[in-house]
Design a protein around this ligand. Structure first.
Ligand code: GLV
Ligand code: MN
Ligand code: MN
Length: 415
């Protein structure tokens, strides 16, 4: 099967009227991991999983030691697209397949990884599998996470859509020698610049918060307007304050994309709202500034509207620059194939953020048509998908042949 046929098949798992819904440890997400495993075995790779649900497919190299890894994720956001994550996994498989059929064994082992739960769309932590693998979140902490549907990570992992049958469970979380992630840009910059390949300079930092607004529920017909503590009206003020705080900073974005109203009845004044804020910038100081403003605004809204506001940090990841030597190797591979390749910062989060904490890491982007992503009509031109795989294959071979991440090098060992 070609790269495009594999991507098309994966897109059928979890297909909805508006996109793809493949949340971690649900039947379609497991189906995607099973297909990945079958394809990897067909391609002659050795497949293992770890106890966090990450799946590894390895091609042996001439020298023993830690592999040079690539990969991404197979889960999607709700009504997401066919390329976010899936492209890096299937593209990684394709790059390894081409290297294997070339008959020339790579200098070091190469591995493609399907990281578990990058999107944070079921459990309230993004990059979940890669964070556990990198030691940033302990296995026990992950195991206790509760999904929006009430199931814990540990129970989902043991359940029918959890760990795969017939795939050995790797003991421990050995770090790679180096890591390269291939991904769609998910924004409009490359298309605008006429670039077909992007050399990622850094990944934006991000913070996610859960905010609970407690007001007083009551009868919508009898509680006078001036006697209310309407949680939704207070939340609405806060949503607009979040938008204004991010607008006041350069290159900073903040979104409230998740909001629950209780009891959510037409004739009841809302008593409680729980919402989530997603805040990002390539400059961590700007994230901190927006957080300070939002907290101050929340305190002011609480007093003015007679509600109680509590803010919990769900996730905090600092901005991550890509490792210099890896970036140079990516740059050489990209410029050779696209003279218009550009350096680009990633506004989206990626598993590479976590793996960069334990190994030299870099990323390659291909353009997104119309900059569309996290929606069903996410697209990338087939020729650009091909070019990205070529650039990935060349980078993997170059990294494997280089000294980057060779044993004993600082930054390449798991704490
Ligand atoms: C993942 O796609 C994220 O950036 O939230
Ligand atoms: Mn992704
Ligand atoms: Mn995504």
């Amino acid at each position: 099967m070609t790269l495009h046929e594999r991507l098309a098949e994966l897109a059928t798992f979890g297909a909805t009227a508006e996109g793809i819904d493949r949340a971690l440890f649900t039947p379609p997400e497991r189906e995607a991991r099973e297909r990945f495993t079958a394809w990897a075995r067909e391609d002659g790779l050795h497949v293992e999983q770890d106890r966090a649900g990450n799946v590894f497919a390895r091609l042996g190299g001439r020298a023993a030691g830690a592999p040079v890894q690539c990969g991404s994720h197979l889960d999607t956001v709700r009504n997401g697209g066919a390329y976010d994550g899936a492209y890096g996994v299937v593209g990684g498989l394709e790059a390894l397949r081409r290297i294997a059929v070339s008959g020339e064994a790579p200098a070091r082992a190469l591995e493609v990884v399907a990281w578990a739960g990058e999107e944070g769309s079921r459990f309230p932590l993004g990059c979940l599998g890669s964070a556990v693998y990198a030691g940033l979140t302990s296995y026990d902490e992950a195991a206790a996470l509760v999904a929006d549907d009430g199931e814990t990570f540990a129970s989902a992992l043991r359940g029918p859509s959890g760990l795969l049958d017939g795939v050995p469970v790797r003991d421990g979380f050995p770090p790679p020698a180096a890591y390269v992630e291939l991904h769609i840009e998910q924004g409009p910059v490359m298309e605008r610049e006429g670039a077909r390949l992007g050399i990622v300079s850094a990944i934006a930092g991000q913070r996610r918060f859960r905010v609970r607004v407690d007001g007083v529920a009551g009868h919508s017909g009898t509680v006078p307007m001036n006697g209310r503590a309407d949680a939704l009206c207070a939340a609405a003020d806060l949503v607009l304050a979040v938008e204004a705080a991010a607008r006041a900073q350069e290159d900073t974005v903040a979104t409230v994309g998740h909001l629950n109203v209780e009891p959510n009845q037409t004739n009841i004044v809302p008593g409680r709202v729980v919402l989530r804020i997603d805040l990002r910038s390539i400059d961590d100081a700007r994230i901190a500034a927006v957080e300070r403003t939002v907290r101050a605004e929340a305190a002011e809204i609480a007093v003015r509207r007679g509600v109680h506001v509590t803010i919990e940090v769900l996730e905090a990841r600092a901005a991550v620059p890509m490792e210099t030597r890896m970036r140079l190797l990516v740059r050489a591979a990209c410029l050779e194939r696209d003279p218009n390749a550009i350096e680009i910062a990633s506004g989206a989060g990626h598993d590479a953020m976590c793996i960069a904490q334990i190994a030299p890491a870099a990323m390659i982007f291909v353009p997104s048509i119309g900059g569309r992503s996290h929606v069903g009509d996410e697209r990338t031109a087939p020729a650009d998908l091909e070019l990205g795989v070529e650039a990935l294959g060349a980078t993997l071979l170059a990294v494997a042949a280089s000294g980057v991440g060779s044993s004993g090098e600082a930054g390449a060992s798991n704490p």
